[in-house]
Write a protein that binds this ligand. Structure first.
Ligand code: NAD
Length: 256
């Protein structure tokens, strides 16, 4: 499939993990991809290298997407690099484990600033560019099953992902007249560095797998496939929706 020939995509937090898989998937289908992450390190370079190996082009922009004052520059730089911007994937995210009674203001601000404020104002900068240039576009947010499902000891994370759900629904309505579609992908438990602790605790892992209908964690590529669908014209009649990629985790129930 070459659904993105001639298209340009920006994927935040794509130095590793799910973001990297999304960047490579879009590139494999013909998109030139702007890779973004916090630091210009070997991870970022590796993502760009893997994109270039597909025959598409990759370019890295270092930026902290929680810093609103830099976001217009990220969009401008992306457009300058490849001549346009069609797809924004708000993927960058962080989580902090802390019981509710112990959450600090600093932890709360970090999670909300990256996961919610970052996607909010980067989307705003992207849509300003689209509207000024009379172009349509697509936004896909990497949310989580925790936009819906409680996650004890991760209340700030749930607040951010729940917020993403309502931002997405609102924007789908408000931006439809501008030919901009907005959807969320909601991963369950995916094998990435964000889950390193879990992956290293066999008992915890077994208990989690027992709560997933398909009985295993997902791969970053499983999420990337659904993001590619939502970003493509195959989803041209899809906006305002959350697509779960969770192996059946969210609506899992079985009698013991
Ligand atoms: N892995 C899972 O099980 C899972 C499940 C549900 C949702 N998600 C969501 O998927 C997204 C990606 O998660 P992942 O598992 O690949 O995590 P990860 O930690 O492997 O990768 C996240 C990337 O985002 C980057 N990042 C963090 N803060 C940033 C900032 N301020 N600006 C720019 N980049 C920043 C990190 O440097 C990192 O490269 C997150 O939004 C996460 O909440 C992951």
């Amino acid at each position: 499939m070459n659904r993105f020939t001639g298209k340009v995509a920006l994927v935040t937090g794509s130095g590793r993990g799910i973001g990297r898989a999304i960047a490579i998937r879009l590139a494999n289908e013909g998109a030139n991809v702007i890779v973004n992450d916090l630091i210009d390190d070997e991870n970022a370079a590796e993502t760009v290298k893997l994109i270039n190996a597909t025959g598409s082009k990759g370019f890295f922009i270092q930026a902290d997407i929680s810093k609103v004052e830099t976001l217009k520059h990220v969009i401008d730089q992306s457009v300058t690099q490849f001549g346009s911007l069609d797809i924004l994937v708000n993927n960058a995210g962080v989580e902090v484990h802390a019981p509710f009674l112990e959450v600090t203001e600093k932890q709360y601000d970090l999670v909300l600033d990256v996961n919610l404020k970052g996607m909010f104002f980067l989307s705003q900068a992207f849509v300003k560019y689209l509207v000024e240039n009379k172009r349509g576009g697509v936004i896909v947010n990497n949310s989580s099953v925790h936009e819906e499902l409680p996650f004890p000891n991760f209340t700030a994370y749930c607040a951010s992902k729940g917020g993403m759900q309502m931002v997405m629904r609102n924007l789908a309505v408000e931006l439809a007249p501008f030919n901009v579609r907005v959807n969320n992908v909601a991963p369950g438990a995916i094998k990435t560095p964000i889950n390193t602790k879990l992956l290293n605790k066999p008992e915890l892992l077994a208990s989690l797998q027992n709560n997933i209908s398909l009985g295993k964690l997902g791969e970053p590529e499983d999420v990337a496939a659904v993001v590619a669908f939502l970003a493509s014209d195959d989803a041209k009649y899809v906006t305002g929706s959350t697509y779960y990629v969770d192996g059946g985790l969210t609506f899992h129930y079985k009698e013991q």
